[in-house]
Design a protein around this ligand. Structure first.
Ligand code: ADP
Ligand code: ZN
Length: 214
């Protein structure tokens, strides 16, 4: 089964994708993670996108579609979770074509709904483990007092360069202008399901499970 987790920055897509990877052996394809890796590894493409990402703007369709195409052609999985992709209508069309080319289908699109006030509060409080990517939140899931990641024991935590109020404004605007039309697009294709992204991590997880098993 191939699914998209759709929602604004801070909706919890990455956190839920990680659970699905653990529980169902699906493969998470996060264009945000791929772009950050490209940036950290100092590739030419990484240099081009670093600035765009720090501002909270969208990287070109050409670049992200290229990243996804490469994964779909090389990774064999018993289900992909698209996280942070597609973000534009052109990306959505491209994904449909790429999957078709691989003889695959897109099965569900899960929209994670969260109100804007909550997003800002979540994002400015967010950090992740530098070793395993576990996500922490100063208010709801603080880094343990011993300073060690509960998942891997690592002690190096990072805050994203774009997790500040200024970039966040741009990211939210991009979401409403470019990505939110995908809600209508997938609704019209009969693929859309909605979950309440405001609940506790476990509650959201069970809502998603119900959608996938329906
Ligand atoms: P979030 O969902 O928290 O905003 P992501 O990690 O998905 O974060 O993405 C971080 C940044 O990477 C985006 O703000 C954008 O600059 C870039 N990016 C990620 N995915 C895409 C995409 N599909 N299209 C264009 N830009 C993207
Ligand atoms: Zn960790």
């Amino acid at each position: 089964m191939n699914i998209i987790l759709l929602g604004p920055p801070g909706a919890g897509k990455g956190t839920q994708a990680r659970h699905l990877v653990e529980e169902r052996g699906m493969v998470q394809l996060s264009t945000g993670d791929m772009l950050r890796e490209a940036k950290d590894s100092g590739t030419e493409m990484g240099e081009v996108v670093a600035d765009v990402m720090a501002r909270g703007a969208l990287v070109t369709d050409e670049i992200v579609i290229g990243l996804i195409r490469e994964k779909l052609e090389t990774v064999k999985a018993n289900g992909f979770i698209f996280d942070g992709f597609p973000r534009t209508l052109a990306q959505a069309d491209a994904l449909g074509e790429l999957l078709e080319g691989e003889g695959q289908t897109l099965d569900k699109v899960v929209e994670m709904r969260v109100d804007d006030e909550a997003l800002v509060a979540r994002i400015v409080a967010r950090s992740t483990c530098g070793m395993c990517g576990e996500v922490y939140n100063d208010n709801t899931k603080p880094i343990p007092a011993d300073g060690k990641c509960t998942n891997c024991g690592g002690s190096d935590f990072k805050r994203r360069a774009d997790d500040n109020e200024e970039s966040l404004k741009t990211r939210l605007m991009e979401y409403y202008k470019q990505t939110s039309p995908l809600i209508g697009y997938y609704y019209a294709k009969g693929m859309l399901s909605r979950v309440d992204g405001l609940g506790a991590i476990d509650a959201v997880q069970s809502e998603i499970k119900a959608v996938l098993d329906a």
